[in-house]
Design a protein around this ligand. Structure first.
Ligand SMILES: Cc1ncc(COP(=O)(O)O)c(C=O)c1O
Length: 399
């Protein structure tokens, strides 16, 4: 028997996607890519990081920067996060915060913490592909979270069968892949539903800081805190990330939750990787303190203009029958093609004929539906490139 026949059952649920194969073509010259949901590297606070790493490697700091450290995370960074969370409406203490290696690690740990095989995770249809991949390893069922739909708690419980509904996962601000935001009423309705279901809420705040217009809506955790008075009473677990604001390469994110949840996650982190890179946490801390307040408004201006350029270009070049979202922030616009137009076929055609890339939407649906959708990212192209890429995409859609 070869060793791959010995893999655990969960391994069979981890599949490479065909789309990734297509997207390998992105390295070709001349391709306009709206595929990756990544920050523009030209906007990284690179000088700030150069100074921060130099300071961390100075004789006074290097013993700490290069050493093992505590699993909970670098204390000054957690203190900065206490202030940051307060600014967005969440009163918590340093013991309510765990630093993770990106928010992706938090999603993996939360899947591991909550999901026994057969338990149900409620997710959006579509939802963030990385969350589906993280949770999938723990062999759950996925059910569709419909916040202001007419499904009551009893229906979710019945659909869960033998397993229990363990959590609802959502990214309420400028979601990946749709760019959509859950309004205040929706957030309150979610809390009503999850209270009734007695399940956790995983609030993914990856894009929370990137709002380009409209008025900020309090995080679900802030609304729950207002209801319950203390974070220790809250069932919402907030996952934050510096990836979209400062740097994804340093892999620094955080979790905010009640102390029993954090303590359990700390045990998981000890078992998995002991702690996130000390020097990276120190650098993020220094850069956040030095420039978060000026860097975010700059990102909002630049990405906001790119979003506007893409929305205008869509208006100018899309044929009838194509619809798209109008996000107030984040990095994505979600497009629905006429029924019968397959997003993956369109990608193959667009790459071949006009050298434009995007992500077909089907992969974001746990049940493989949504094949007539695509995700466009506007964060990593300048406005002229966006206009030209959308013009070309309109051309392919017309042929
Ligand atoms: C909604 C969402 N959550 C989480 C992540 C993971 O980000 P990171 O692990 O870099 O913090 C991403 C990355 O694209 C994302 O789009």
């Amino acid at each position: 028997m070869s060793t791959h026949e010995l893999f655990a059952t969960r391994a069979s649920r981890m599949k490479a996607s065909e789309i990734r194969e297509l997207l390998k073509l992105l390295d070709q010259p001349g391709i306009i890519s709206f595929a990756g949901g990544i920050p523009d590297p030209a906007l990284f606070p690179a000088e700030g990081f150069a100074t921060a790493f130099q300071a961390a490697l100075s004789p006074q700091m290097q013993a700490q920067a290069l050493q093992y450290s505590v699993s909970e995370g670098y204390v000054p960074l957690r203190e900065w996060l206490v202030d940051h969370m307060r600014e967005i409406g969440v009163e918590c203490g340093i013991d309510n915060i765990l630093i993770t290696s990106g928010s992706q690690q938090a999603l993996d740990y939360l899947g591991k913490l909550y999901l026994s095989p057969g338990d149900t995770a409620l997710v959006g249809w579509p939802t963030y592909l990385g969350a589906l991949a993280a949770f999938n390893a723990y062999e759950p069922r996925f059910d569709q979270l419909s916040i202001v739909g007419n499904r009551g708690a009893a229906e979710y419980v019945e659909a869960a069968g033998e397993g229990a509904v363990k959590f609802a996962y959502l990214s309420p601000d400028f979601a990946n892949p749709t760019g959509e935001t859950v309004d205040l009423r929706g957030r309150e309705a979610l809390l009503d539903l999850t209270d009734e279901l007695n399940c956790a809420v995983i609030e993914d705040g990856a894009y929370q800081a990137l709002r380009y217009d409209g008025v900020a809506i309090p995080p679900v955790l802030a609304l729950e805190l207002a209801r319950k008075g203390s974070i220790e009473e809250c069932r919402t677990i907030y996952c934050g990330s510096f990836s979209k604001t400062l740097s994804p390469g340093l892999r620094v994110g955080w979790v905010v939750a009640s102390k029993p949840v954090i303590s359990q996650l700390v045990l998981m982190k000890q078992a998995a990787d002991l702690h996130s890179a000390t020097i990276n946490q120190m650098a993020i801390d220094q850069v956040a303190r030095a420039c978060f307040d000026t860097h975010i408004p700059m990102l909002r201006r630049v990405y906001g203009a790119r979003r506007d350029a893409m929305l205008q270009a869509l208006q100018d070049h899309m044929p009838d029958g194509v619809q798209w979202t109008k996000p107030e922030g984040g990095m994505f616009i979600w497009m629905t093609l006429p029924v019968g137009t397959d997003g993956a076929d369109l990608l193959a055609r667009a790459l071949e004929t006009v050298k434009v890339a995007f992500v077909p939407g089907g992969a974001f649906f746990p049940d493989g539906s949504g094949t007539n959708t695509i995700r466009l990212s506007f964060s990593n192209s300048d406005e002229d490139t966006i206009r030209e890429g959308i013009r070309r995409l309109g051309e392919v859609l017309r042929t």
